[in-house]
Write a protein that binds this ligand. Structure first.
Ligand code: SAM
Length: 302
C-alpha cells in the first residue's frame, strides 16, 4: 500500500515554532525532557528547542543520547546520569544550575523518572531550590493505555515486576483487589515468566493487552482474556521479542458485581416471564431500580 503524501507537517513546524520560542526558558533550571520510545519523529518541537539551548544534557547512556541528538543535528555536552550515580551527579548538576546554566535531563527512551533514572536528581534539584520544568512527550504506558480500548478510566502503574518469584508473587497478590487497569513494563527475556505469574494470580476472564514495539515498524497491540495470553505469546516466536507494556483489567468494583448479579437474576427470570414482569421481580430481589432493570432486560432480550 502506498503511503499518503503530505506537506502539512513542514508548515505546521514553522507556524508552531513561534509559540515554542515565545515561551521563556529560564536559566538555572532543570528541564525534564521526554524523548521518543522508538520512532525518532515522536520528539516535540519544545523538546528540540530545549535540547538545542541547553548548556548540557544529563542522560542515562551517553552513547544512546549522542546518537539520538545526532539525528536531530545536535551535538551537546553530555553528562552520564544513570541509576548508580544519580546522587553524585545531582550535586554536579546543582553546581551548574548555581552558575546559571540550563540543564536538560533525558533517559534512553520516553519520559525520565518513569521506570527510568531521574527522580533522585529532580528531588535533589528541587530541594536545592531550583526550578524544574517538564517537557512532556512519549510514554510507553500512556501510549498503550490510549490504544487499549479498556474502558476503566483509572489505572495503576506497577512498572517492572521483581525478578525473584517470591517478591513477584507478594507484589501481585497485593494488586488483586485493585479496581483499576494494572500497567506493567516488561523486558522481552522475562515476558513469558511475567505472563505465567499473572495467569497464576488473577482471574482468567480478565482482559489483558500486550502493547509491543510501540511506534516501531512491528508495532502490535493484542487484547484477549488472560486465560489465552500464554498461548497467544507462544503461537509466534516473534511475539516474545521486543519491548512490551502489559495492561491487565482491574478487579471488578462493587458496582460491577451488583450489575453482574442483576444480569444473572434477570436472565433467569426472562426465561419464564415477559420483560416487564421480569424487571419488576428482579427489582424486588436485588433492590435495584425497576426502570433501569427494564432497560437492561430489553438489552438482554435483544
Ligand atoms: N521512561 C519510559 C517511558 O516513559 O515509558 C520507560 C522506560 S523503561 C526502562 C523501558 C520499558 O518501557 C520497556 O521494558 C517496556 O516495558 C516499555 N517500553 C519502552 N518503549 C516501548 C515500546 N516502544 N513499546 C512497548 N513498550 C515499551
Amino acid at each position: 500500500m502506498t503511503q499518503p503524501n503530505s506537506n502539512a507537517p513542514a508548515s505546521a513546524v514553522t507556524s508552531c515554532m513561534h509559540e515554542v520560542t515565545q515561551q521563556t526558558y529560564p536559566a538555572s533550571t532543570l528541564y525534564v525532557v521526554a524523548t521518543p520510545i522508538g520512532n525518532a519523529g515522536d520528539i516535540t518541537l519544545r523538546a528540540l528547542h530545549v535540547l538545542a539551548i541547553a548548556d548540557a544534557v544529563a542522560c542515562e547512556d551517553t552513547r544512546n543520547t549522542a546518537h539520538l541528538l545526532t539525528r536531530y543535528g545536535l551535538s551537546k555536552n553530555l553528562i552520564a546520569a544513570h541509576q548508580h550515580n544519580e546522587r553524585e551527579v545531582a550535586d554536579k548538576l546543582i553546581a551548574r544550575l548555581q552558575a546559571g546554566q540550563r540543564i536538560a535531563l533525558v533517559s534512553d527512551a520516553g519520559t525520565p523518572a518513569v521506570s527510568d533514572p531521574g527522580a533522585r536528581i529532580v528531588d535533589a534539584v528541587r530541594s536545592a531550590g531550583f526550578r524544574v520544568m517538564p517537557l512532556p512527550g512519549a510514554s510507553a504506558a500512556i501510549s498503550a493505555l490510549s490504544a487499549s480500548g479498556l474502558l476503566n478510566e483509572r489505572f495503576y502503574f506497577v512498572g517492572f515486576l521483581p525478578a525473584k518469584a517470591g517478591q513477584r508473587e507478594t507484589l501481585l497478590s497485593g494488586l488483586r483487589g485493585i479496581a483499576a487497569t494494572l500497567v506493567f513494563y516488561e523486558a522481552p527475556h522475562r515476558i513469558t515468566e511475567a505472563v505465567d505469574a499473572l495467569a497464576a494470580m488473577f482471574e482468567p476472564s480478565r482482559q489483558v493487552v500486550f502493547a509491543r514495539e510501540l511506534t516501531k515498524l512491528f508495532e502490535e497491540i493484542h487484547r484477549g482474556p488472560l486465560s489465552e495470553a500464554a498461548a497467544w505469546l507462544k503461537a509466534d516466536p516473534h511475539r516474545e521479542k521486543g519491548e512490551f507494556v502489559i495492561l491487565l483489567e482491574g478487579a471488578p468494583t462493587e458496582a460491577d458485581a451488583d450489575s453482574a448479579e442483576a444480569d444473572r437474576v434477570l436472565s433467569i427470570l426472562l426465561t419464564e416471564c415477559p420483560v416487564r414482569q421480569a424487571a419488576a421481580l428482579a427489582a424486588q430481589i436485588t433492590g435495584r431500580k425497576k426502570n433501569a432493570l427494564y432497560e437492561r432486560a430489553l438489552q438482554l432480550k435483544g
